[in-house]
Design a protein around this ligand. Sequence first.
Ligand SMILES: [Zn+2]
Ligand SMILES: [Zn+2]
Length: 390
Amino acid sequence: MAFGKDREGIGRMNLRQQMRRSTKRPPRGTGGGAPHYVNQYRPPKGAAGTDTIRIIRGEYQIPRIDLDRRDFVRDANGEIVHDSAPHWQYVSYYKHQPDGSGKSCISTEGWLGAFKGKAEPCIAADWYWWEWRKRNETGNKTSPKSFRRSEQYALTVLVMAPFYKVPQMDAQGNIKKNDKTGQPYYNWVKGSKRGNDEFAAGGFERKEGHLQHWSMGFGHWNTLLDFSDTLSRDCRSCHTQNAIEDIALICQECGEAVVEFATTGLSEEDLAKMRAEEVTCQACRTHGYLDDVIGCTSCSNPERATIFDYDLEVHTVATGGDNSNQTNLMIARAIGPKSIDAIYGEDMRKPLDLPKILAPTPLATQEQIFGKPPEDDTPVRQPVTTGSRA
Ligand SMILES: [Zn+2]
Ligand SMILES: [Zn+2]
């Protein structure tokens, strides 16, 4: 049967599709920016404590990439097609130093940077691939290996705790001041959830909650996506848990039900795939995402809850291994679905300008950080056309 529905043209994606899609797309870069590590959120480590956070849904434009053609998808006018996504994406490079410290930058290689010959100039990428080629030449798998490349997924989080405006201190314990104005530099510092700590006692200016940006690699991102899927039986519209009922997955073009849940014999695994990926409709041959037709047992405006509808208690734990600083993201509790508590103001509910905060590091700055790119076998500053990029 076909479901009658208003159509805005195919290609719409629900949140699950938007977020899953991103796990298959290589990231990008343009522009210049401020230090990306300022005001960065990190979940507390270990089992000792959790933060309570609310992830704030953004709306960012990410170009659609055809993985087979290794190029942007363009419309009839030759313009690059963009998809709206609740998160931002980029590639970071990290260089660890012999003394254990490290330096990082945000890649300038562009959205097609993962494809051989399609990257825009990026000094960190030149170093990374130079080291890769050196290892291949010598057969030494571990050296040189000082650069790490990582696809990053970024979100805005509201950290739900009191924050205090605390002056920055230098190594000698003096308050850091602006040379020109004589004014101290401040940081918003998280206090204890109960608000009875040294900051409260110190009389610092206090506010409820603070927005930070949270970047994570593929592992933590997948944890969030999988967790979000487990919330999809709750209704964000009426805030009722376990109220959503599956009715059908329908073609966005013709409305034909590709799956009817009452009668389908498909496995959960196949269904999950059909929800997240593009499918060809047998009725009209359109290849695209399917619309989710759902019901709610307690309201007439059913909407699946997602990770953005809950207060989350999060922390990380080490995955083990002495030399590993790898961690698993743990979501100890999800409270909701519910609205953001009224103690948090309007300014605490708006996503940060992540593309600006996480803008690519200018080439000149990359050169200061990592030095001039290697000059042996690669043309300097060229896109990585001669690199042995897979
Ligand atoms: Zn169809
Ligand atoms: Zn409902």
